[in-house]
Design a protein around this ligand. Structure first.
Ligand code: SAM
Ligand code: SF4
Length: 333
């Protein structure tokens, strides 16, 4: 395997973690992500093909990329996703492939994905109350997600993580039920602070339910939460376990405790743009290079330049913060 210098930015951060969006479409309409109605989706020819995605991933291996996660939009609405999983699994150098899904189509696809080699699964579920689920997602589907989780466990997925966005005034009532779920099933619950990436631009700092508040609430009910595992500066989630050793909880506290200083991630959008940060205002167009017969070296240079241009941090908490134009479903979360 050819090796080049790692993908480093001007702050010395090394990037080995790539998140790939396979579609901007979705089968539900979470209010913190998509508009309720009338969404304009990318025309299909603008989506990178599986072959283009795989070529891109192969080109990043000499640059040090080792971990990838498929996301979207909802990745399971992309036809035959297991074919892409298989192609990526066969790329020499890739050590870890994950998928983040809303779980609605998981019962149908879990076995195929597992057989294709997928092992890491994050399922997004913000509420264990079906009424609240519908209020947040603006669609039916709660039972489908639960069915998807059950099937995924049956076909062999271990250590499934649940992603739950925490929003003040909405999800406080879900904290204890999620704590109980973590303790009863062994699935890790990861609370994600609501970020300013909603299509309807309704985000305000006051609407974020902070990780520290959730920790306090869980501790009151189940006893103290203690940090677990070896400290991993690159992991966005801080991981905890209850003092009695039963139940894992993670927090992605992007608003109250930004982890930009140790960020090792970059993104490829469904329409083939590199984003060096979830909140970046600039993108690098890779699709036109892929379709314009650029050489691997030319594309690698473009990737390197994009990472080199990465800003120090997202500045959500600063007055000068500027939201990106693209909402979350179009960036790839
Ligand atoms: N559709 C898939 C899903 O929901 O898991 C994958 C894409 S989704 C954009 C990826 C993750 O981003 C989900 O866990 C979702 O809850 C989270 N997310 C979306 N919008 C968010 C926001 N404004 N703030 C925090 N997390 C958000
Ligand atoms: Fe769809 Fe995921 Fe966005 Fe919800 S968070 S609307 S499931 S892309």
């Amino acid at each position: 395997m050819n090796r080049e210098l790692p993908l480093v930015d001007t702050f010395g951060r090394v990037h080995d973690n790539l998140r790939i969006s396979v579609t901007d479409r979705c089968n539900i309409r979470c209010f913190y992500c998509m508009p309720a109605e009338n969404v304009t989706f990318l025309p299909k020819p603008q989506l990178l093909t599986f072959e283009e995605i795989t070529r891109f991933v192969r080109m990043t291996i000499p640059l040090g990329v080792r971990k990838i996660r498929l996301t979207g939009g909802e990745p399971l609405v992309r036809q035959n996703l297991e074919v892409l999983v298989q192609q990526l699994r066969d790329v020499e150098g890739i050590e870890d492939i994950g998928l983040t899904t809303n779980g609605i189509l998981l019962a149908d696809q879990a076995e195929r994905l597992y057989r294709a080699g997928l092992r890491r699964l994050n399922v997004s579920l913000d509420a264990l109350d079906p009424v609240k689920f519908k209020q947040i997602t603006r669609r039916e589907g709660f039972e489908k997600v639960i069915e998807g989780l059950t099937t995924a466990r049956e076909v062999g997925f271990e250590k499934i993580k649940i992603n739950a966005v925490s929003m003040r005034g909405i999800t406080e009532s879900e904290i204890i039920p999620f704590g109980r779920l973590a303790r009863e099933t062994g699935m890790e619950i990861r609370f994600i602070e609501f970020m300013p990436l909603d299509a309807e631009r309704a985000w305000e700092r006051d609407k974020v339910l902070f990780a520290s508040e959730i920790i306090d609430e869980l501790a009151r009910e189940f006893g103290p939460l203690l940090p677990v595992g070896e400290y991993d500066a690159h992991a966005p989630a801080s991981e905890y376990q209850f003092a009695d050793g039963v139940g894992r909880i993670g927090f992605i506290a992007s608003v109250s405790q930004p982890f930009c200083g140790s960020c090792n991630r970059f993104r490829l959008t469904a329409d083939g743009k590199i984003r060096n940060c979830l909140f970046s205002l600039e993108e690098t167009d890779i699709k036109s290079l892929l379709r314009g017969n650029a050489s691997d070296d030319e594309i690698r240079l473009a990737i390197r330049q994009s990472i080199w241009d990465k800003k120090e941090g997202h500045e959500i908490n600063a007055a000068k913060f500027i939201r990106p134009d693209r909402p979350m479903h179009s960036i790839g979360g």
